[in-house]
Ligand binder design. Structure first.
Ligand SMILES: O=C(O)C(=O)C[C@H](O)C(=O)CO
Ligand SMILES: [Zn+2]
Length: 281
């Protein structure tokens, strides 16, 4: 079992103006999220979000970050969200065990002492994509199944951006301090997400792309300020961090799904500054 947490630093828009492709990837891309038996996390200095993958096989897995966070237990001063994108699994939250099928999500309150992740079948392990933000108030833990969510349905086929946005950790489902998390599924034949693009200076955001149409599908994630954009090509099950000043939009060579997680100043999903298409450079 490997337990790894990588630190990524925060940047100003000027910093990335002359970054090479390799530097963009080094600074913003999380290349490996799910590896059987491992916990692979990133701690970004952007709003101190911790995100990554927990892939249990024979052994149950738990996130233990006491010394790294200077606390007695991981969620002493944090809240946690996760969504399973793999085979069926179980999660036990301070003794309460729930079955977690693919697309089942969970909000775990600050103060929870133990969150244990397991797979039902070690040959088809659960893949828990996790995101955790600093918190100050206890809100009740809750399992959130995709069937319980009425998705937003933006886009249309003409603009190749028809998709369903499932808001899991959102005031419609659960109260949280600053974490928001959801699952966006592109319709077959649609390839664009989040265009017109937006920023939200009040929140950072990560995108983790997965469930690509086939093994050759690649997603191109676009970030940067609207007038100074950069791109990163991603394989399935890779994630990219977007500072609050950065747009976050993407297109792929086939259909795909992505999980977005964000935290910062507020939990108002619609609090976005949309970019005039004429100002994109
Ligand atoms: O498909 C989309 O568009 C999204 O899912 C957008 C994200 O949810 C987002 O950027 C929220 O701020
Ligand atoms: Zn956004």
């Amino acid at each position: 079992m490997t337990f790894k947490m990588e630190t990524k630093y925060a940047h100003a828009p000027k910093d990335i103006e002359h970054y090479s492709t390799a530097e963009m990837r080094e600074e913003f891309l999380m290349e490996k999220i799910f590896n059987p038996g491992d916990v692979l996390l990133t701690y970004t200095m952007n709003d101190r979000l911790i995100f990554g993958g927990v892939t249990p096989t024979i052994e149950p897995l738990e996130i233990i970050l006491n010394s790294e966070l200077g606390v007695n237990f991981f969620l002493e001063r944090r809240e946690l969200g996760f969504i399973n994108i793999g085979g069926a699994g179980y999660v036990t939250v301070d003794g309460k065990k729930d079955l977690m099928n693919k697309q089942d999500g969970y909000y775990v309150s600050m103060g929870t002492q133990h969150v244990i992740f397991e797979s039902v079948d070690v040959n088809n392990p659960a893949k828990f994509y996790v995101a955790s933000a600093p918190a100050h108030k206890v809100y009740p833990s809750k399992k959130i199944a995709i069937e319980d969510i009425t998705p937003l349905t933006p886009g249309d086929q003409e603009h190749m951006n028809k998709r369903k946005i499932y808001q899991y950790i959102h005031p419609n489902q659960v109260e949280a301090n600053q974490l928001q998390m959801g699952y966006t599924v592109l319709a077959n034949g649609s390839s664009w997400n989040t265009m017109p693009a937006h920023t939200h200076m009040r929140r950072m955001e990560t995108y983790m792309y997965f469930d690509f149409a086939d093994k050759d599908t690649r997603a191109m994630h676009i970030m940067g300020t609207p007038d100074e954009t950069k791109h990163i090509f991603l394989e399935s099950e890779q994630a990219v961090t977007n500072p609050s000043w950065s747009i976050h939009s993407g297109v792929a060579t086939g259909s795909y799904t992505f999980i977005w997680a964000m935290c910062g100043e507020n939990i108002t999903y619609d609090d976005m500054d949309h970019v005039d298409m004429h100002n994109l450079k």
